[in-house]
Ligand binder design. Sequence first.
Ligand code: CP
Length: 308
Amino acid sequence: MSMLNSKDLLGLKDVTKEEIELILDTAKTMKMILTSKAKNAPHLRGKSIITLFYENSTRTRLSFELASKYLGATAANISASGSSVAKGETLIDTGKTIDMMGTDVIIMRHNMSGAPHLLAKHVEASVINAGDGMNEHPTQALLDMFTMREKFGKLEGLKVSIIGDIYHSRVARSNIWGLTKLGAEVTVAGPATIMPPEIGKMGAKVFTTVQEALIDADVVMGLRIQLERQKKGLFPSEREYSRFFGIDDKRLMLANKNRLVMHPGPVNRGLEFTSSVIDSDDSVINEQVTNGVAIRMAILYLLTREEQ
Ligand code: CP
């Protein structure tokens, strides 16, 4: 049994408040290793970690690979385009093949919601969801929560406003599950055509104007407009989006003075945020990237360590 309640980390919907706190606390220690001169701790020595990505990634994939290496594991990557997946091998057969090579952890990104959950049922290795369709991206939300907690000291009572393409966003869903469990107040805003009806039931307040959502926000989180996933007719033009929902210096002033500007990346500059907002002193977008490595070090450690 790992130090988390399950062998896998598939989403924050099914993770307890205590588990989230354990991950965030562990990441604090991991950040010390990450920011030290010698990034060669022994916590994962002897472990084998594979990233299996069916979709593109820069941050998630690289940070998992570096997290594994900084903690002494053997790490390797496989992507759908360069593997036997391209020859028609099924997800389960690919997963079992990786499993049989002595793999301890498989980190998977897939365009279908639920794909990591399916894989987890068929392999001995721990499976970490690195983003599945429109469902969840738990490690992104954990690094977001870590960044907020680092700046504000706590999550309880924080007002977090998530603006953008909520419908397609696995980042929004994981953040809503995680943040509400830790007592933050989450508001979302975006065009009504890409606002899923279930979002209110998940515990977020829903607005259809960006101004309402920004008032008194402690955290302003922009989401990437996922142009590749937009269905015809759902989305206004890019120009219209940025006119009604894009955040510039003036709109940002509606938020609290002591605010954080966050974005999971990659950013469409000039669409979700103007460049001056992205590069402002309020922005912690670059710190999110560093914290992403610390969070992934913590998750790998907690999932592979046997409970004493
Ligand atoms: N935030 C995020 O998941 O970025 P990548 O797609 O670059 O991994």
